[in-house]
Design a binder for this molecule. Structure first.
Ligand SMILES: [Mn+2]
Length: 328
């Protein structure tokens, strides 16, 4: 079977998955997309396309994924994943691991460098860190991931970079990739942005009055007229002992700020591999505002006015705190 294009997620896991598929299948036309674009069928995908690290589209030639939620979505559509060419394995930390195992098991001759590239992808995609030091340790994969997180002038520049990156990852080790001038330039740019984000977070971090021991970092951006670009995990650099972080952000429709808000919350690295009984997804489901996993989840609250938003936000934060403390 010949394939024409690889449609993959525009993150580190998507790049590595796409790179391995490209190596094996000899396909070098890439389309980068987010999960939403696939669910909304914004990308037309056919039987000669390979899809990685994304929900199953209406149809495709080969599909590789590791998101358990995408299996549930298939079940709702009455589709059995076993009948789809490729592999969905919800137990794997990355889609790159799924692709790597699929072709290794088939006896495909894969270059030795892919083993290390995939091991790094596992750690990065599943955020598998136990301590802040471990998270901060700069490995080649972490640096390549930084190059992706840099801000681009626009979506076209980002796509162009992703397109060159997937080829670099296919053709060399992660250390080789870092010698590329554009990659190195993006890493440097990201470092500057990160420094600014940390300064911004320093001014934004708050805790609820009830939270005397500062367990839950609260970042409330509802007063901002533009959505600030911050990676909330950076807040742990400032509050390394916190157990979780939560952001409240206004929702934007186009360029316009609405009174609707989104809440996203995740556990800190301090909680990895510890028996804590907390389930962030369960908190969102109990409040009936959203969904997610044990370690990270998000929700949305619709509000008709600013007053209602302020009231509902206060109530949601108090409820989240109660559920957080009740779980043992
Ligand atoms: Mn992934």
């Amino acid at each position: 079977m010949d394939y024409d294009r690889i449609i993959t997620h525009g993150d580190f896991d998507g790049v590595v998955s796409g790179a391995i598929c490209s190596f094996v299948l000899g396909v070098d036309t890439f389309i980068f997309a987010g999960p939403g674009a696939i669910t909304r069928a914004e990308v037309s995908i056919g039987p000669r396309d390979v899809v990685c690290d994304l929900p199953y589209p209406l149809e495709c030639g080969l599909w590789f994924d590791h998101h358990p939620g995408n299996r549930e979505a298939l079940a709702l559509r009455g589709i059995d994943p076993a009948g789809i060419p490729g592999r969905l394995d919800g137990t794997k930390p990355s889609a790159a691991r799924v692709v790597f195992e699929y072709y290794s098991e088939r006896g495909t001759d894969l270059p030795a460098r892919f083993a290390e590239t995939v091991a790094e992808t596992d750690t990065i995609d599943s955020f598998d860190y136990r301590t802040i030091d471990e998270w901060l340790r700069e490995t080649p994969g972490k640096l390549v991931d930084m190059s992706l997180k840099a801000q681009f002038p626009g979506p076209r520049e980002r796509t162009k970079f992703l397109d060159s990156l997937v080829r670099l990852v296919r053709d060399g080790s992660l250390a080789d990739v870092l010698t590329d001038a554009t990659v190195a330039g993006n890493v440097a740019r990201y470092r500057d942005e990160e420094r600014r984000m940390i300064e911004f977070l320093r001014k934004s971090i708050a805790f609820l009055d009830e939270d005397a021991s500062h367990e839950l970092i609260v970042l409330d951006f509802t007063a901002h007229s533009r959505p600030p670009r911050v990676l909330k995990n950076l807040a742990y650099l400032i509050e390394p002992d916190a157990l979780a972080a939560l952001t409240v952000s206004p929702l934007f429709r186009g360029d316009r700020k609405t009174t609707d808000i989104s809440i996203s919350m995740s556990l800190s690295m301090n909680m990895t591999d510890k028996p804590h009984g907390k389930d962030i997804g369960e908190i969102m489901r109990t409040l009936d505002i959203g969904d997610g996993h044990v370690g990270a989840a998000a929700g949305m609250i619709r509000c008709a006015s600013k007053d209602e938003m302020l009231r509902k936000k206060k109530k949601a934060l108090a409820d989240i705190w109660k559920l957080w403390k009740a779980a043992k």
